[in-house]
Design a protein around this ligand. Structure first.
Ligand SMILES: NC(=O)c1ccc[n+]([C@@H]2O[C@H](COP(=O)([O-])OP(=O)(O)OC[C@H]3O[C@@H](n4cnc5c(N)ncnc54)[C@H](O)[C@@H]3O)[C@@H](O)[C@H]2O)c1
Length: 370
């Protein structure tokens, strides 16, 4: 099957391609040769993690070497703790030791952790060199590799330091998804379901029809789900690159409760995607009461999430504790918790919701699950 291409065009930024397909990793070097922004690049450092590197680093490097690039690599431990000042500092030092200069570029080969970390290193090293995103998780393909957010974490919270810097190119190889663990697969599916519901009838009902195929990782469906999600995200980012217009907030659908669960249950207890899916179920119920979301939509969304391997979480807590956890989120304004609430498929509202309403809805949700 030939590769699928989506062009991301964001105002005042150079447009870039997202290539999706089974062969695109082997064609990485050749693709870079065609990118105007990489025209003067002769050195490339591939940054990857300790899980991904043994699987795909050699393939990525071979493809680049074949096109005449001088290639080095930096491998960091897999996992969220690598998005730290310490690891970033080690990467900056390693880039300097390798002698990377302004004719260099960075390839971020990995999931969202590597994308954010290597993207930030590229955005800051020598005041910015091109970054090529090679996402290897479904989540990174449908979400984090597109849109230009880069970040590391601080002790005080996640993603507190970073930049908005668009990549020069995104290379999404569906072949690498064959080794992705089921838990990580479902994380990507949660973001696809979120995008589809916020986007349009066309995307959402297509996904409902194709959910079984997506859960089975059928290649054509996977490719189309990635392409549709990228088109959706690129459209949102084009309107609101720096999250200043309130439009990019729609990407947080399901995340208000999702983040609170991650915090209360302990990071890693449930996957991020499982928490987002739970948050979507809750937000749809809240939306029924507050913005007239049809109950039929809540049911359809429930069924979709079930098929995608994102069942209702076996988790409850004191509603007041959940509210407190929501208030510690960095997206809270003036102590008010905000929710992205669907009015219907393709139509949403960002609402400050009263504490009492949230607590009552949580009580009802936990009771319904009991
Ligand atoms: N920049 C953005 O817009 C944005 C958006 C969403 C999330 N994020 C960030 O993304 C991160 C989460 O990303 P993630 O879910 O991809 O996690 P991740 O990068 O930690 O990857 C998940 C796990 O899968 C492994 N892995 C990756 N690809 C694999 C493959 N093909 N085969 C086998 N194992 C593989 C990784 O080593 C890791 O253990 C978070 O730090 C989050 O803040 C950023």
């Amino acid at each position: 099957m030939p590769a699928t291409k989506v062009v991301v065009s964001i105002p005042d930024e150079a447009p870039y391609d997202v290539r999706i397909g089974t062969q695109v990793l082997d064609e990485l070097g050749a693709s870079l040769r065609k990118i105007p922004r990489a025209g003067s690049v002769s050195r490339i450092v591939v940054i990857s993690d300790s899980n991904v590197a043994p699987l795909y680093l050699a393939q990525a490097k071979d493809s680049l070497v074949q096109q005449g690039f001088r290639v080095s690599d930096i491998v960091v431990p897999a996992g969220e703790p690598s998005k730290s000042i310490e690891v970033l500092g080690e990467i900056w030092e390693a880039l300097a030791t390798l002698g990377l200069s302004r004719d260099g570029a960075i390839v971020a080969l990995g999931g969202g952790v590597i994308g954010d970390l290597a993207g930030f290193a590229a955005a800051t090293y020598m005041r910015g060199i091109p970054c090529i995103q090679v996402p290897t998780t479904l989540l990174a393909m449908v979400d984090s590799s597109v849109g230009g957010k880069t970040a590391i974490n601080l002790e005080a919270g996640k993603n507190l330091v970073g930049t908005f810097t668009q990549p020069a190119f995104v290379c999404a190889s569906t072949a690498v998804l064959s080794t992705l663990p089921e838990r990580e697969w479902a994380c990507g599916c949660a973001e696809i379901a979120k995008s589809a519901l916020i986007d349009s009838d066309e995307f959402f009902f297509w996904l409902c029809d194709m959910a079984e195929n997506l859960a089975q990782r059928e290649d054509q469906t996977v490719t189309e789900a990635i392409a549709r999600s990228v088109v959706f995200k690129a459209g949102v980012v084009a309107f609101d690159q720096t999250e200043s217009q309130g439009i990019r907030e729609c990407l947080n659908y399901g995340h208000t409760l999702g983040h609170a669960i991650e915090r209360l249950a302990g990071f890693g207890t449930f996957s991020h995607g499982a928490c987002v899916a739970e948050g979507m179920r809750f937000a749809a119920r809240l939306a029924e009461d507050l913005v007239g979301c049809p109950s039929e939509l809540t049911r359809t969304q429930d069924e979709l999430l079930d098929v995608l391997g994102l069942p209702v979480l076996d988790w409850c807590a004191e509603p007041d504790e959940v509210l407190d956890a929501m208030k510690r989120d960095k997206k809270v304004r003036a102590g008010k918790v905000r929710f992205v609430l669907p009015r219907d498929v393709g139509s949403w509202e960002l609402l400050h919701v009263e504490d009492e309403t949230i607590v009552n809805q949580l009580k009802a949700w936990f009771k319904a699950k009991a």
